[in-house]
Design a protein. Structure first.
Ligand SMILES: Nc1nc2c(ncn2[C@@H]2O[C@H](COP(=O)(O)OP(=O)(O)OP(=O)(O)O)[C@@H](O)[C@H]2O)c(=O)[nH]1
Length: 399
């Protein structure tokens, strides 16, 4: 199902086409290399030495026959002739077997195969005639003529065979050259495929990282977005519950941002957002999570931070933004921010509940004139806060 789905995509089609071409090319090249290897590795030395031995037997037979015709042939002499005929037959059969073992040679000398069986028959006839010469010495002459003809045919056959073997062995060097080219091409194809695959994997990996980044960050400011904040909030709330530690949440909102947009234009408004975000990021701790959660609204999640510490941080941020010059914008006045602070203890509240308290505190900061920090604590947090204060008070009395 998923494979079919991928194949329907243009990239999936291309990858499939590439894989098919690569497999076909590899199969063709592989089979060519295999057959070329076999051709190149064929050894014709034994065949050549057999043919040369056989070539030597023919003149010996002729000599034996000539000797027989010059005097009365006796038993020993006929056996001698018989021996050479048998040897010639033996050589012929050996050569034929050698040829049949090599399929490349067989296909090249196929047109000579009939001559082997014909000469074998003629040698058998000569053998028969040589035996008859014993009773009929006058038959030595036809035997001699026949043997001469067979000798001539054998010599022709062996010459032809040597020619073919010579041609084939000279082809071997050509095959070797082509083989090395084929292997190089195969290597290039494999390396090319490996590089293409690696590049595709790297590209996919980068795309995945970019997509992941896009999913979790705000495009304009580069800060985390609400989605990431909610994920982190879930994790830090669980941690706060486990460790029984406070978790503070700050909601920061630029004051009169609409006026900035209206006065200087939207692109300047964007630049203000970018520069304020950069400043806030520089001022916040790495363990805290800063996110842009709306147009000109930011959220700072501060694990393991009590309300007094959170208020301190909030006021520092507010003051720094108030006094920081925004580069290249030429604004009449620096932008300011209002901040709402809240704290949950031991992970007792959900993110939404904390957010709602901080939002109310922010609303209060706006209503009380902006560029200020206000806090609103949930009832449990208030109790914990009071307990903390009492503990500190007792501590100060003792010491
Ligand atoms: N340039 C720019 N403006 C934005 C963006 N997102 C939201 N805004 C603008 O931010 C302004 C927010 O206006 P308001 O909600 O009235 O808030 P404010 O003007 O800051 O007033 P207070 O918050 O009450 O101080 C609107 O004009 C939005 O159009 C953004 O990405 N870029």
């Amino acid at each position: 199902m998923t494979i079919l789905h991928h194949l329907r995509q243009p990239r999936g089609c291309l990858a499939f086409l590439f894989a098919v071409i690569f497999c076909t090319l590899s199969a063709v090249m592989g089979s060519y290399v295999y057959s070329a290897c076999q051709k190149a590795s064929a050894n014709y030395t034994k065949l050549v030495s057999d043919i040369m031995l056989a070539q030597q037997a023919a003149p010996q037979l002729r000599e034996a026959l000539e000797e027989g015709s010059s005097r009365q042939p006796n038993n020993k002499h006929i056996e001698y002739i018989d021996h050479f005929i048998a040897t010639s037959k033996q050589h012929l059969n050996n050569i034929q077997t050698n040829i049949e073992r090599d399929r490349f040679l067989t296909s090249n000398v196929n047109y000579l195969i009939n001559h082997f069986s014909e000469l074998d028959n003629r040698l058998s006839d000569l053998n028969q005639q040589a035996r008859e010469v014993h009773q009929h010495p006058e038959l030595i002459e036809p035997l001699q003529r026949g043997a001469m003809k067979v000798g001539g045919s054998l010599a022709w056959l062996y010459d032809k065979l040597l020619e073919e073997v010579y041609t084939m062995s000279s082809q071997q060097s050509l095959v070797m050259q082509r083989l090395s080219i084929a292997i190089n091409v195969l290597l290039v194809v494999i390396i090319g495929a490996a590089i293409t695959l690696s590049m595709a994997v790297i590209r996919l990996h980068r795309q995945r990282n970019v997509m992941h980044q896009l999913m979790l960050t705000d495009e304009l400011t580069g800060l985390y977005n609400r989605r990431h904040l909610v994920n982190v909030a879930f994790a830090v709330l669980t941690q706060a519950q486990r460790d029984k530690t406070p978790l503070s949440l700050l909601l920061l909102d630029l004051d009169h941002f609409k006026q900035i947009n209206d006065t200087y234009g939207h692109p300047t408004g964007d630049e203000v957002l970018r520069q304020v975000s950069k400043k806030l990021r520089q001022l916040s701790r790495p363990s805290d999570t800063l996110a842009r959660i709306g147009g000109e609204e930011f959220c700072l999640l501060m694990p393991n931070t009590s309300t007094p510490d959170a208020l301190q941080v909030a006021d520092r941020l507010r003051r720094e933004i108030e006094v920081s010059e925004l580069g290249g914008l030429n604004l009449h006045a620096n932008p300011t921010i209002s901040i709402g602070v809240t704290t949950g203890y031991g992970g007792s509240l959900t993110f939404e509940q904390l957010y709602s308290f901080a939002d109310k505190a922010l609303y209060q900061a706006k209503s009380l004139g902006r560029n200020r920090v206000e806090s609103l604590l949930p009832p449990i947090a208030k109790a914990s806060e009071n307990a903390e204060k009492a503990k500190n008070y007792i501590h100060s009395l003792i010491s």
